[in-house]
Design a protein around this ligand. Structure first.
Ligand SMILES: O=c1[nH]c(=O)c2ncn([C@@H]3O[C@H](COP(=O)(O)OP(=O)(O)OP(=O)(O)O)[C@@H](O)[C@H]3O)c2[nH]1
Ligand SMILES: [Mg+2]
Length: 201
């Protein structure tokens, strides 16, 4: 398999998938690369797994080809796992990374450093027409800071300190983020599965 369709319209994800798969010679095509306009896919699931499957299966049905979907987000322990599956739209439907971070920081007002534990989660779904969808969950543990720092990455990266780092995810070089991220973890698990269960060409 030399080309994979990724059912996303998120530029940050698209870039990371292209970097990671590019390094092993696989081309990633996303919904942002297609000429035709694909309607917004409604994320009606209550779990990352359900939403990743909805995205992958919708596009796999449409093109009758194998498709991967990524549903991901941030789970903050002091907020009982929020924003979770609502990470992209936490501060409203217009999807502003800035506003989402502000909302999280204000909800964590008064919460001390030791209590600010969190993790990024990435669930990858591989949908193949006529087959059962395969799901893999990746994680990256860390803590939420007190202000946004750094301008790399996307989403909540400027307020997330991965365990073992005194820099935020948005201060790390892309290669470093891609080495330790939840997305990398999920991709590694999916690649391992694909080695055991190769798709027919
Ligand atoms: O700082 C971050 N670093 C990451 O590495 C990361 N991965 C996910 N997220 C957050 O979780 C939402 C995904 O929501 P999501 O899976 O529904 O994707 P999306 O709606 O942005 O695009 P699509 O793939 O659905 O088209 C994103 O928007 C971000 O807020 C991240 N934040
Ligand atoms: Mg989404």
């Amino acid at each position: 398999m030399k080309k994979i369709i990724l059912a996303t319209k998120n530029n940050g994800k698209a870039k990371e998938f292209k970097e990671i798969f590019g390094s092993i010679g696989i081309e990633i095509v996303t919904l942002l690369d297609l000429e035709e306009d694909i309607p917004e896919i409604e994320e009606t699931g209550e779990t990352f797994e359900e939403n990743a499957a909805i995205k992958a299966e919708t596009i796999a049905d449409r093109f009758q080809m194998p498709v991967m979907g990524d549903d991901s987000g941030l789970e903050i322990d002091a907020l009982d796992g929020k924003p979770g599956v609502y990470s992209a739209r936490y501060a409203g439907l217009e999807k502003s990374d800035q506003k989402n971070m502000e909302k999280v920081l204000s909800e964590l007002d008064g919460v001390e450093q030791d209590e600010r534990t969190a993790r990024f989660v990435c669930v990858l779904a591989l949908a193949v027409p006529g087959k059962e969808t395969v799901l893999k969950r990746g994680r990256c543990e860390g803590r939420i800071g007190f202000e946004p720092i750094g301008d790399k990455g996307f989403g909540y990266d400027p307020i997330f300190y991965p365990d073992g780092y005194d820099q935020t995810m948005a201060q790390l070089e892309p290669e470093e983020k891609n080495r330790i991220s939840h997305r990398r973890d999920a991709i590694n698990q999916m690649m391992d599965w694909l080695k055991e269960n190769p798709l027919a060409e």
